[in-house]
Design a protein around this ligand. Structure first.
Ligand code: SAH
Length: 253
């Protein structure tokens, strides 16, 4: 990933040159989306993104709208978003979208636990469309408020208006039972073990992607089969902030 990171940083400087060239022709506004497109191209080149749908969605949702000012949204690294939280790196968002793609078809229901900036919830909303539901749950109210402002500026804004995208202040370890069961559940923070409520809220045929562990963490793929039995496999080693209580998160050093 170091290689990808350095290639990405090279690439963004190349794309800055191109944005400058375009601004010369009066196309100022194309700069940010150009850099976002370049980031997506790099993720494709490195085989992190393989699906056309994931490509389209990551091109449509400009990551620059979700990273706080002063950050480097198009570099392949996590960024601090305040409250001891981070927005995940682009390759992690891409990998999770790829793993969940079959469970993010139009009309399906998706739950994003620890929705933070709202970036992935916005991607889910575009994938499941107006007939589906994309639900974010985040326990820091200020992050929920900011995420809604971010989404309003993004290509997912219509989904806030038509009610197919919603973000709620709650403890995500309990899921969001009101709209269960879900075809797809993404957890953006590492749980010491998989919360039972989230397994319960997974639809038969549904898939959950969740980082599990404390110091050493594995991204687990949890598949609920049609007969209700659950299969769990390890996808890759990861490093996420903990899925914990609001108090422990805010007082962590
Ligand atoms: N996926 C998001 C944020 C990742 S950081 C993004 O990429 O923008 C993990 C997020 O989980 C943080 O915003 C943190 O506040 C939240 N979180 C941690 N424990 C939680 C809990 N018990 N319930 C809800 N949200 C939680």
């Amino acid at each position: 990933m170091e290689v990808l990171r350095s290639i990405l940083s090279c690439f963004s400087s190349r794309s800055r040159t191109r944005a400058r060239a375009q601004s010369h022709h009066g196309l100022w506004s194309s700069g940010a989306s150009d850099k976002n497109k370049s980031m997506v191209e790099q993720l494709q080149r490195y085989g992190v993104i393989r699906s056309t749908k994931v490509t389209e969605v990551m091109e449509a949702i400009d990551r620059g709208l979700f990273v706080p000012p002063g950050g480097t949204p198009y570099h392949d690294s996590p960024m601090p978003i305040g409250y001891n939280a981070t927005i995940s790196a682009p390759h992690m968002h891409a990998a999770c979208l790829e793993l969940l793609e079959k469970n993010l078809q139009p009309g399906m229901r998706a739950l994003d636990v620890g929705s933070g900036t709202g970036y992935l919830t916005a991607c889910f909303a575009l994938m499941v469309g107006p007939e589906g539901r994309a639900v974010g749950v985040e326990h820091i109210p200020e992050l929920v408020a900011t995420s809604i402002e971010n989404i309003k500026k993004s290509a997912a804004a219509p989904h806030l208006n038509d009610g197919s995208l919603s973000i709620h202040v709650a403890d995500g370890r309990e899921g969001w039972p009101e709209l269960a069961p879900y075809d797809a559940i993404h957890v953006g923070a590492a749980a010491p073990q998989i919360p039972e409520a989230l397994i319960e809220q997974l639809k038969p045929g549904g898939r959950m992607v969740i980082p599990v562990g404390t110091v050493f963490q594995e991204l687990k793929v949890v598949d609920k089969k049609l007969d209700g039995t659950v299969g769990i496999r390890d996808e890759t080693s990861v490093r996420y902030v903990p899925l914990t209580s609001k108090e422990s998160q805010l007082h962590a050093r």
